[in-house]
Ligand binder design. Sequence first.
Ligand code: B12
Length: 170
Amino acid sequence: MDLATEESPGDARRAAVPVRRHPGTPDTPYGPSLSVVVTTVASDAHTWNLVFLQLVLEELGHRVVNLGACVPDELLVAQCLGTRPDLVVVSSVNGHGFHDGLRLIGRIRACPELADTRVVIGGKLGINGVGGRECRDQLRAAGFDAIFEEGTGILEFRSFAKQLTMSVST
Ligand code: B12
């Protein structure tokens, strides 16, 4: 399924691989509810961004585990290996998100079990405003499925989550 155009910051890299349906999960209006991990990166102490994303996802009917501030890479990887979420949402606003995100996604993708897990990142990822296409391309090449930089409307994120839900195999 084509989730977004190549030009879109919310472009999806592994859109063709359907996420698994977990038995017994409730439905949203568009399909089964997703299990989602909301997290930030190890350096980031900001939390309201995480709460905001949790509420958006819960409003859409998804089940969210919010790992809170300053999440060590190892903790997130362990959480993903233990619960195998449908989607991991990384949010960072302190300006280190680009570099922390590159390191983090490398550790996630180094685990064969997490090779196809959907992982997106967004927020204020650098210290010079929006990083633009070059930064998004680097993040995507490193393994993120979609990038939602500051300025990308939350509508696009909601649309991404909706289309991911619709792609869940039944
Ligand atoms: C409150 C705050 C703090 C508090 C945080 C307390 C807490 N419990 O969260 C404290 C005092 C701890 C703090 C510390 C610092 N902060 Co501060 N902080 C803020 C402030 C004023 C508000 C952040 C907030 O809560 N916003 C409300 C939430 C809901 O909005 P949001 O964070 O912008 O997130 C939205 C979007 O970005 C987007 N989004 C975010 N992530 C994602 C992910 C996805 C997938 C999607 C789709 C969307 C998305 O959706 C959210 C809702 O619209 C901002 C300035 C501002 N007005 O934004 C600075 C700000 C984020 N902080 C900043 C800085 C620099 C710092 C410090 C480095 C300061 C210092 N020298 O110590 C430290 C960093 C600490 C650390 N280790 O991370 C800068 C970051 C600059 C940058 N990125 O270029 C900002 C922007 C201030 C500024 N203008 O300079 N901070």
